[in-house]
Design a protein around this ligand. Sequence first.
Ligand code: ACM
Length: 536
Amino acid sequence: MTRLARPRRRVSLAGLLTAALLATPLIALTTPAAAQPADAPAPALIPKPASQQALAGEDYSLKPWSVVGVSSNSKERRAALRIAEQLSSQLRRSTGYPLPVVLLAPGVADIKLSTNGPASLGAEGYQLRVDRKGVGVTAATPEGLYRGVTTLRQLLPAKADAKTRQAGPWRLAGTAVADSPRFGYRGAMLDVSRHFFSVAEVKRYIDLISLYKINKLHLHLADDQGWRIQVDSWPRLTTYGGSLEVGGTPGGSYSKADFAEIIRYAADHYLTVIPEIDTPGHTNAALASYAELNCNGVAPPLYTGTNVGFSSLCVAKDITYEFLDDVFREVAEQAPGDVLHLGGDEAHSTQHSDYLTFVPKAAALVTKQKKRVMGWQEIAETPLPAGSIAQYWGTDDARSQELARKAAAQGAKVVLSPANRAYLDMKYDASTPYGLDWAGLVNVEKSYSWNPSTLIPNLPESAIAGVEAPIWTETLDDLDKLEYMAFPRLAGVAELGWSQASALDWTAYKDRLGAQGSRWDVLSVNFFRAPEINWR
Ligand code: ACM
């Protein structure tokens, strides 16, 4: 066993001999009592940190008397205490140890969390050290501390994430990590329109994506099949427009209290919610709810199929912009992040000239709410306000690449969601039981093996805000299916967003990915056991 030298664990030689004689064959007595156990195996971290060094002979094990301490001189004490409490409350469940969270003079806890790190760590960077004295995570901000604690969770045995008490030991390999992200935008998008997902289900998705340092949750809140966010000034959007979903089953929507709960939970996981109201196409749910939004004044029926491109707001009518002004105001009030996504994709039923008229007017209504405009790549065909973000969803096609460059040429940032790599709803292979294949089959290797910097020729690196993995839910009507499509691929896209280009290597990644299987088993994630991965 470890560290008999620790005073509280000292036992008499006689006691030791008796115990050994009772419990073990005699050979055990000839093993040197002071032999160090082998170092714990190097943990397989995803995303791979910027720098990670093994510290031989410096393993640490959580003890029943371990204390989680926040430096009492921490700049952001309250936020740091909250993060400490999140960590402790999970570890209490799995270890059964009390793991009190305490404010301490710097230096005396077993697990020390601090936001007093140098500003050079940046908003999300952190340093983490495990040695025989304990564990320390230091950042310059609460967000950086949270990212570091995410790493700490992966350094612990997978069973540390269990909901119920497990047997120890709770051993961490000695290591020194210094880490910060490659990109500031690392997103996951969830389509709650085609199929509605409850607040509890969204929270579960937040739990899982935050493990991989995703920092943006883009919610696709309105499409042809359903309007999912309460707007008091246009109540039929949800009461009628949100009533169904694909297949005609009952839909649903988030009340203001529900949405506030999602925002709060996301914030606790250091995720910013980016709400999307898709316009001018993908709007049948709104058009069905209010006849006056249609050019002909006639409301179409609710739609529960999976076609795209058949609906459009009426670009010529003033009421269209009164409607959007109200909607963007109420949505902006509910989402404290600085970005509002206005969609803009696949407006196949909007005249091109109308599209060019519409997007700048809609964009101005977003900036009126003091939000940055985000939209799918098509918005780059129109002049964009300063600070805009265009979301690439191409499949290596020249037109999509041109749109990304057009966005950059206007000074907009680009978020990369290549549909043939980052769309989590694409089937893995021909036998995947659900999902789509219009952008091709996307196996785990394909979803990981691309470099954001070189994906689009002649797109300046400085224009790239980051990456996002969307999941569209035409064929995904429950959480099990969502998890099956998202995992393992989401972890790979998360690594592309976080880790340095020099760290990206499929063979090494594949091995680290295999080790996530045991974590996902503990968390009951219904992940796809891709046959090319050695799951363990
Ligand atoms: C999209 O897939 N229509 C953005």
